[in-house]
Design a protein around this ligand. Structure first.
Ligand SMILES: [Zn+2]
Length: 320
């Protein structure tokens, strides 16, 4: 992972999510948007949001993912990428960015399951004992937000920030999506489990070792999510309006920028101009975009805006 971010902007994709239990409803706008850009320069309070989304399956009696694998990449300047190295599959936990300042930490994105967020916090603890002051949720999908309650319970006074559309979408879309996931995921997971045990993939043809590993991982995540649902507590972030805000914390400039609608209508890009690092949530996902209540015709302009931030380098750990 390159730490020479002075000349290049590192883009992280924070991969996402499960969408198999509910048809994606891509909204295709009739006209395209041209870039909303420029973060404002206020230091002010930011926004909020809350969220729930993603799909889950599975009976609690199934084996669970006990220790999600977190790999830490030191990007320099007190910035770390926490990459969950689960195979790309139907369910994923988000990667996070840790921004370690003099007396506190800013975290970009929580995870899909609380156990994964706990693993991330444990990884953070191996870097620093400093408390988390802010959690920035890049959008409303549950893989970014379901772990908020772990941060709230672990760090008194921590603030949660997101784009202003995100809290509303978490309520309007996330809550029913979570309900559907918990309702329908177990049956889907049971089917996938049967296919797996028969040596088959999701299309009922012979599963390759890689496909079997991916489905196995997804099943663990799904069952964990469902098992955690009874203890789930929604934590809505504060919402930032307009094209963005600049959060200056302990001398570090963190731009929270909104370039228009893409993966959701509230995608925040967390940009560290002095370090040349950008966390893009699910706006950038390899090898394919993960569209879920998305705006595909506007998404491209959003990516162009990100590309215009600086010369880009790509985080190799995200090539999942
Ligand atoms: Zn997403």
């Amino acid at each position: 992972m390159a730490a020479d971010a002075t000349t290049a902007t590192t883009i992280f994709r924070f991969q996402f999510v499960p969408y198999w239990c509910r048809p994606a409803r891509a909204e295709i706008p009739r006209h395209s948007l041209t870039i909303y850009l420029e973060a404002s320069e206020t230091n002010g309070p930011i926004c909020v949001l809350a969220a729930a989304a993603a799909c889950l399956l599975g009976p609690a009696q199934r084996p669970m993912l006990s220790t999600p694998p977190v790999t830490i990449h030191d990007l320099g300047h007190g910035v770390y990428a926490a990459i969950l190295t689960e195979p790309l599959s139907l369910a994923l936990n988000a990667n996070s960015l840790f921004i370690v300042n003099d007396s506190g930490v800013v975290v970009v994105d929580a995870q899909f399951t609380r156990v994964a967020t706990l693993a991330n916090i444990a990884a953070l603890r191996r870097i620093t004992p400093k408390p988390v002051r802010y959690v920035i949720n890049t959008h409303w999908h549950d893989d970014r937000i379901a772990g908020n309650q772990v941060y709230q319970d672990s760090f008194p006074g921590v603030r949660f920030l997101a784009h202003a559309n995100t809290p509303a979408d978490l309520i309007g879309l996330g809550r029913p999506n979570r309900g559907d996931q918990v309702r329908y995921a177990p049956a889907a997971a049971d089917r996938y489990q049967r296919l797996l045990e028969a040596g088959l993939g999701l299309d009922s043809t012979a599963a390759s070792p890689a496909e079997a590993a991916a489905v196995t991982s997804a099943l663990g995540i799904i069952r964990q999510y469902v098992a955690e649902h009874s203890g789930y507590r929604e934590v809505l972030p504060e919402g930032i309006t307009g094209a963005g805000q600049t959060l200056v914390t302990e001398g570090r400039t963190i731009e929270l920028r909104w370039f228009g609608r893409g993966n959701t209508r509230g995608d925040l890009v967390v940009y560290l101009p002095d370090q040349g690092i950008a966390a893009t949530g699910d706006l950038l996902v390899a090898p394919i975009p993960l569209g879920f209540n998305s705006y595909p015709s506007e998404w491209i302009a959003v990516l162009d805006s990100i590309a215009a931030l600086a010369r880009l380098s790509w985080c190799p750990a995200t090539a999942r």
